[in-house]
Design a protein around this ligand. Structure first.
Ligand code: SF4
Length: 374
């Protein structure tokens, strides 16, 4: 059986905003429209039973991430039922987190999260002009002020040190890494997880001129300079992971390194899918051939199947270029969605290959300098 690290549960298929780069709504896969708006009580009960069985079947604890759409659209009553149900299946030592756009954070929601030991990660791309450039409402309304309002409520809660898991920020390579870093630091974010923009060899990510160009790698390298110059830095997951990997350790999240993370996604109708970021490759890319659904199939059977194992293996790059790359152990070939190209499918290096090489080489040269000094 594939050992599971994270189960991502889609609790709402709708979102209250419409980010221009969203892979769920704006990358050509409209399958969300066929899904129930919200996860039902019956689906929650089936998931709860399956989570309890999975906990018994595997020693290794797994994390639960509540996702959407926008998960807080669920409202406090349904959210309490969901959290109470999950917590009856898995103990407090298993992480539960919510990935939210932050617009609907309220005192009531925070108290529920505190009660059921559930942390919150907020999506925020940076200062007002950067954030509002893409993270907009359905009519193009700006969302920054309401997100900051939500973050301030989160920071003011008595359990904020546990509740505030961090921020998720999509990189704008045209922005100043110095400005972005200082903004997040001043905001009091405990950590920031910077993400590359979705894109692939057919549809280059925003700001990337070509496969050879290094706009994102250059941006990360500048961010690293700011990060290293800070005596009291906030955590930057991607940079920490690359440093750890360059020193022979392991990363903590997919996208760098060669650790295979066991990830499963359950949609609002109970269907079990692949990593949903694959939606950006082509319509239906995140769907298994098998019609797996939490109402009719056992999770432990799904995770023991050949098809699930094959999908899990997709994290490892198949491209000969990657397999013979001297930086494979650090880079890992990037995220599968970034390898996509019509024809050769995922059998390519990441579209961010040259960006990865640039930041990896920068980290290595800094480490090399430190080691020579000591
Ligand atoms: S994507 Fe590029 S840097 Fe990464 S492993 Fe493949 S060839 Fe190496």
């Amino acid at each position: 059986m594939v050992e599971i690290d994270t189960i991502l549960i889609k609790v709402a298929s709708q979102c209250n905003i419409n980010c221009s780069y969203c892979y769920v709504y704006n990358m050509g896969d409209d399958s969300w429209a066929d899904m129930p708006n919200f996860i039902s009580q019956e689906t929650i009960e089936s998931i709860t039973k399956e989570l309890a069985d999975l906990k018994s079947a595997q020693q290794h604890p797994f994390a639960i991430v509540l996702h959407g759409g926008e998960p807080l659209l669920l409202g406090s009553r349904r959210l309490e039922f969901l959290l109470h149900s999950i917590r009856t299946a898995i103990p407090d030592s298993y992480c539960i987190s919510i990935q939210t756009n932050g617009m609907l954070i309220s005192g009531k929601i925070l108290n529920l999260c505190s009660k059921y030991k559930t942390s919150i990660s907020v999506s925020l791309d940076g200062p007002e002009s950067i954030h509002n450039a893409n993270r907009v409402g359905r009519k193009g309304e700006r969302t920054y002020s309401r997100v900051i309002e939500g973050i301030n409520k989160l920071k003011s809660h008595p359990d904020a040190s546990f509740l505030f898991a961090g921020l998720l920020a999509v990189i704008d390579p045209t922005s100043s890494p110095h400005t972005i870093y200082n903004f997040f630091k001043d905001l009091g974010a405990p950590n920031v997880d910077f993400l590359y923009r979705d894109g692939n060899h057919d549809k280059l990510p925003f700001g990337k001129a070509s496969f050879q160009s290094t706009e994102y790698g250059t941006w990360l390298a500048e961010l690293l300079d700011v990060y290293l110059a800070d005596q009291n830095p906030i955590k930057i997951r991607i940079l920490d992971d690359i440093v750890r990997l360059a020193l022979g350790g392991i990363g903590i999240k997919e996208g760098v390194g060669v650790t295979d993370f066991g990830i499963a996604v359950i949609d609002t109708d109970g269907s079990v899918t692949k990593n949903d970021t694959l939606k950006s490759s082509y319509k239906g890319a995140d769907r298994f051939l098998a019609p797996w659904n939490i109402h009719t199939h056992r999770l432990i059977d799904i995770f023991s199947s050949r098809e699930f194992a094959d999908s899990h293996k997709l994290q490892r790059p198949t491209s000969l270029i990657c397999q013979t790359c001297p930086e494979l152990q650090i880079c890992g070939g990037g995220m599968p969605l970034h390898r996509w190209k019509s024809g050769s499918q995922y059998d390519n290096p990441s579209v961010y290959c040259n960006d990865q090489l640039l930041i990896i080489n920068k980290v290595k040269s800094i480490l090399c300098g430190i080691q020579q000094c000591t």
